[in-house]
Write a protein that binds this ligand. Structure first.
Ligand code: AMP
Length: 307
C-alpha cells in the first residue's frame, strides 16, 4: 500500500527582497516528495522532466525511497520552468514567467507497480493530467488530495471543475479560494467550494496559518512565527507533503487526525522557507522535525478558567 505523488518537477528562478536565485531545482512534486518521505516510504512519483533535469537529483530522491518509475524523461525537451518575485510582505508574489515545456503535452502513465495506491496526492499541474491519473487507477484510493493554483483557474477552469468532483480534499491559498468561489469571506468561500466536490477544504494563509473545513466544522492552525523567512517558494507543497505524509503513515482519515496532519504540514513548511529552494529540506533530521512539532504544540497550548 502506498502514496502516489503527481506534480511538476521543474526549474525555478526566484527573486525575494533579500536575494535572487539562479535556475534551481523546484517543482511541486519535488517539494512534496522531500517532505512526505520523512513520514512514509515508498513515495511513488509521477511527473515529467526534460533532458536538462539533473539525474543526480532523481538519484538522491530515489535513495530517500521516492520511486521514479512514473517519471518520464524527455531527452530532447526542456523541463518546466517557473519564475516568481516575492513582495516585501513575503506572503504574496507575482509569477514572472511560466514555460510549460515538457508539461505542455504530458501524458502520464501509471505503472502497474503503483496500482496499490492508498493515498493520492495530486500536486499542482494541469487539471487534465490530474484527471488522467485518477482515471487510470483500478481501485479508488482511501483519500485523494488536490492542490492547484490561480494559473489553472485562469487557463483550464473547465477541467479543474471536473477534477474537483473526484477528490476528497482541496488545498488552496486564500486568494485562490476567493478566486475559485467568487466570495470574499473565507467561510462563504469554503461552503461554495465544498459544493463543487471536495468534502474537506484546506485554505493556506501563508504566515497566518491554515484553516481546515469539513461540513460545519472548522479548525485553525497557526504558522510558527519565524525570525528568518528567506524564500517561501514550495512552502505550500512542503505543507502538502507533510499533511499527506502524516495521513499515509497513520492511515487515519478522520477529521481529528487531519488536524494533526495540518500541524505536521505547517511544521514542514516552516523549515522550507528558511533557505532558498529545497536546501533546508535536504538538511532535516528526525529530531529537528520532532522539535518543531513540539514548538507548535507549545505555541497554541493554553489553560483558561471559565467563570
Ligand atoms: P508553492 O510555492 O508551494 O506554491 O509552489 C511553488 C512551486 O510550484 C515551484 O517550485 C514551481 O516550479 C511550481 N509551479 C509554479 N507554477 C506552476 C504551475 N502552473 N504548474 C505546476 N507547477 C507550478
Amino acid at each position: 500500500m502506498s502514496l502516489i505523488v503527481v506534480g511538476s518537477m521543474a526549474f525555478d528562478a526566484i527573486e525575494t527582497p533579500f536575494g535572487k536565485s539562479d535556475k534551481i531545482v523546484g517543482g511541486a512534486a519535488t517539494y512534496i516528495a522531500w517532505s512526505a518521505s520523512n513520514f512514509t516510504r515508498p513515495v511513488k512519483q509521477i511527473s515529467v522532466v526534460g533532458g536538462d533535469f539533473p539525474r543526480e537529483e532523481m538519484k538522491i530522491l530515489e535513495a530517500r525511497g521516492v520511486s521514479m518509475e512514473g517519471v518520464q524523461v524527455k531527452e530532447n525537451e526542456k523541463s518546466f520552468f517557473w519564475s516568481g518575485r516575492y513582495h516585501l510582505d513575503m506572503n504574496t508574489r507575482d509569477t514572472l514567467e511560466t514555460q510549460l515545456n515538457v508539461l505542455g503535452n504530458f501524458k502520464p502513465v501509471v505503472p502497474d507497480s503503483y496500482q496499490d495506491c492508498e493515498f493520492l496526492m495530486l500536486g499542482n499541474l494541469l487539471p487534465s493530467v490530474q484527471l488522467s491519473v485518477i482515471s487510470q487507477l483500478k481501485n479508488k484510493p482511501k483519500l485523494v488530495i488536490l492542490d492547484t493554483m490561480n494559473f489553472w483557474m485562469d487557463t483550464a477552469m473547465a477541467d479543474l471543475e471536473k477534477v474537483l468532483k473526484k477528490i476528497d480534499v482541496l488545498l488552496v491559498n486564500d486568494a485562490e479560494a476567493r478566486q475559485l468561489s467568487s466570495h470574499y469571506s473565507l467561510v462563504s468561500a469554503a461552503k461554495a467550494i465544498m459544493e463543487m466536490g471536495p468534502k474537506y477544504l484546506i485554505i493556506k494563509k501563508g504566515e497566518h496559518g491554515a484553516l481546515l473545513f469539513n461540513e460545519d466544522k472548522v479548525f485553525f492552525a497557526p504558522a510558527l512565527p519565524l525570525e528568518v523567512v528567506f524564500d517561501p517558494t514550495g512552502a505550500g507543497d512542503t505543507f502538502a507533503g507533510g499533511f499527506i505524509g502524516h495521513i499515509a503513515k497513520t492511515k487515519d482519515i478522520s477529521f481529528e487526525n487531519m488536524k494533526s496532519a495540518i500541524i505536521v504540514g505547517s511544521a514542514m513548511a516552516s523549515f522550507c522557507v528558511e533557505k532558498f529552494g529545497t536546501t533546508r529540506l535536504r538538511e532535516l533530521k528526525r529530531e529537528d522535525i520532532d522539535n518543531r512539532i513540539h514548538a507548535f504544540k507549545e505555541l497554541t497550548k493554553f489553560d483558561i478558567e471559565l467563570g
